[in-house]
Design a protein around this ligand. Structure first.
Ligand SMILES: O=c1ccn([C@@H]2O[C@H](COP(=O)(O)OP(=O)(O)O[C@H]3O[C@H](CO)[C@@H](O)[C@H](O)[C@H]3O)[C@@H](O)[C@H]2O)c(=O)[nH]1
Ligand SMILES: [Mn+2]
Length: 614
């Protein structure tokens, strides 16, 4: 749980401060034109880096010498075996070299939130669309998803500058009704977080902490508010846990006497358009209509203070802004015969649907089991995106993945330190880290397949784009606006016309004969759509940034037992490009193994969600 993490973090910080020193920024006056720099760049201290580089050189010499020795000592009794092992060694050595080169100059970049606040004040921060994906309320427990969503709704960002989207690939009523519950509990939880500066803002993790220093300004009221909200959260959990039985009971009552149809019914007495408990034609997992429901409208741009304490509302919110950001539920259309392309397909639909509803210039995505751990986490990537140096060319900002519930010795290497704190920082010194699938903020236009220099709104050419981006005129028209950073998100009226435009964007057939899944959006037909999508964006000349912040911006759940961990590693291995070294699983030849091993320890990653119950 999050309790040991504070101590861990403090210790980690102390250790790392001995390693990192400020890097020289060179003459920035021209690039920044008087605008303040919004992040600090650090490099590894010379006394550590130089010996490390020397070590790489020594190993390189040893490897070359080893090769020479192998060539000279050919085994004449088994030339084939010898040749095969030489080929393997050559490939092994080459990939080792590729793995080492970026490590010559690791770079860490730390966002300067104070400078961002100084420069931007509050009002001019750009809009963000936040995407969360989920599939199955049992495999990916609903409690994780609702906590993720509560943590996003409570994040410290301008309420009218971000919108929240949940994509439910299962199309289940449980998820939809869970979102209704979230919307109602958030009306208490979010103002409570704001009033008392609560961290983290995922209630399960917050109430699970043993101790926490109070940093808010209303210590006097804290204990009673805390007790009250905790009780409400308990009741909220009970309601969430009983959703599936509530829905089943309700549906049974509606279906009584009808032997043919066993529909699943919503609370308002209409049939659920998505997947039914008893699956029927047009109401099964792989076959149902597209659904989009705006559950919380886009808020007004003026703060709305809450009411003072009364008997039925014991928490005094008279000085707290009670607005909530927009909340939208989406379940895309599913038809037999179409490959739904898993997460990549879901993300592409969300990208299009959000373009007509909020069309923020930035999007950030989370898997349903990754919550916001640091309420400033949506501001931090802005330090990179708005920075005068490379902001215009930065396609995405990637955060390290951190995990709860890892046993103290980390015996299954869940933290994956070499990958998140080695390889990624190393790539950060080059064109930037790869896209890792969750906790990543993008420039929307980078996902539309546009190149960095064409990025400014006035340069976007829509002629001929219909073939690439699909034939929805409202969507094509939204693209230039989606590039304007200082555009505020304006509330849209969800009328019949808009609903039919949205339905078109969610259909399976929309992407036929377009570039979606190839040159536009998340890439299809590959196990590691995230990594490959990142590569495509890099290829176009964009760069990416790795954002280091304390406390960790986001946290996820790690496998708690060996079986789950092995599944996870297997998932990563099955997809070689997820590993920084493609040969990490090959057994190395006896002599070579010691030379290579240090660079090969657990460079693979994957965050397959644990099949745990909550
Ligand atoms: O048909 C699908 C399948 C999955 N998902 C969502 O995609 C996310 C990741 O899927 P999961 O099965 O949990 O994969 P993991 O192995 O846990 O995830 C790792 O691998 C994925 C595939 O490369 C990356 O996208 C993730 O970000 C990365 O954490 C989850 O939020 C799912 O709900 C969908 O929306 N639709
Ligand atoms: Mn997962």
């Amino acid at each position: 749980m999050a309790t040991d993490t504070a101590a861990d973090a403090a210790e980690g910080r102390r250790a790392r401060d001995d390693v990192w020193v400020a890097a020289e920024e060179g003459d920035m006056s021209e690039a920044s034109a008087g605008r303040p720099l919004l992040f600090r760049t650090m490099k590894v201290k010379g006394s550590i880096l130089h010996p490390y580089r020397f070590l790489i050189l020594v190993r390189l010499v040893a490897i070359v010498a080893f090769f020479a020795w192998r060539v000279e000592h050919r085994n004449h009794d088994g030339v084939w075996l010898w040749a095969m092992s030489m080929v393997a060694d050559a490939w092994f050595g080459f990939s080792w070299l590729l793995n080492q080169l970026p490590k010559l100059n690791p770079i860490k970049r730390v966002p300067d939130l104070a400078a961002l606040a100084d420069r931007h004040g509050e009002a001019v921060l750009p809009g963000i669309d936040v995407f969360v994906t989920t599939v199955d309320p049992v495999d990916e427990p609903v409690m994780y998803t609702v906590n993720t969503i509560l943590s996003i709704l409570a994040a410290d960002y301008l309420v009218d500058k971000y919108a929240r989207y949940l994509s439910d690939d299962g199309g289940t009523l449980v998820h939809y009704e869970a979102m209704l519950q979230v919307a109602s509990f958030a009306a208490l939880w979010v103002p409570f977080c704001r009033k008392h500066c609560v961290e983290p803002r995922s209630p399960e993790n917050y109430f699970g902490m043993k101790t926490r220093p109070y940093v808010g300004g209303m210590a006097g009221e804290f204990m009673s508010d805390h007790r009250r909200v905790r009780r409400e959260y308990g009741e909220f959990k009970v309601r969430i846990d009983s959703l599936s039985s509530t829905i089943r009971r309700r549906s049974d009552a509606y279906n009584k006497g009808d032997d043919d149809v066993h529909a699943t019914w919503m609370a308002d007495g209409t049939q659920w358009p998505g997947t039914w408990i008893e699956q029927a034609d047009n109401h099964r997992r792989g076959q149902h209509a597209g659904i989009v429901k705006v559950m919380l409208d886009h808020p007004s741009c003026k703060p709305q203070l809450g009411s003072s304490a009364s008997t039925n509302k014991p928490v005094d919110l008279s000085n707290v802004d009670t607005r909530l950001p927009m909340l939208v539920y989406i379940s895309r259309e599913k038809r037999p015969g179409y490959d739904n392309q898993k997460k990549a397909g879901a993300m592409n639909v969300m990208l299009r649907v959000s373009a007509l509803l909020s069309n923020a210039p930035f999007v950030i995505n989370f898997d349903c089991d990754h919550y916001i751990n640091n309420s400033q986490a949506l501001r931090a990537p802005m330090c990179f995106m708005l920075d005068p140096r490379d902001g215009q060319n930065t396609a995405f900002v990637q955060f390290p993945q951190r995990f709860d519930d890892v046993d103290p010795t980390d015996r299954y290497s869940n933290h994956n330190r070499v990958f998140f704190d080695g390889t990624m920082l190393s790539l950060n010194g080059l064109q930037g880290p790869t896209y890792l699938g969750t906790g990543t903020m993008f420039h929307r236009v980078a996902l539309y397949g546009m190149e960095p220099q064409r990025y400014r709104a006035e340069n976007i050419k829509l002629v001929g784009k219909g073939a690439e981006l699909g034939k929805s005129t409202p969507f094509l028209n939204s693209i230039p606006d989606g590039a304007i950073q200082d555009r505020s998100i304006t509330p849209v009226s969800v009328d019949e016309g808009l609903m039919s435009d949205l339905a078109t964007l969610m259909t399976c057939a929309y992407e036929d004969r377009t570039s979606w899944g190839r040159d536009v959006g998340w890439v299809y037909n590959i196990a590691t759509e995230d990594v490959v999508t990142g590569f495509r964006i890099h290829r176009q000349g964009w760069r990416s940034m790795y954002c280091s912040m304390e406390p960790a911006a986001f946290r996820g759940t790690a496998p708690i037992n060996l079986t789950e961990r092995l599944y996870q590693v297997l998932g990563g291995q099955a997809a070689p490009s997820r590993c920084s070294s493609p040969t990490a699983t090959l057994s190395s030849p006896a002599v070579g193994s010691t030379l290579y091993s240090a660079s090969l320890t657990s460079t693979c990653r994957s965050t397959r969600s644990p099949r745990c119950s909550s």
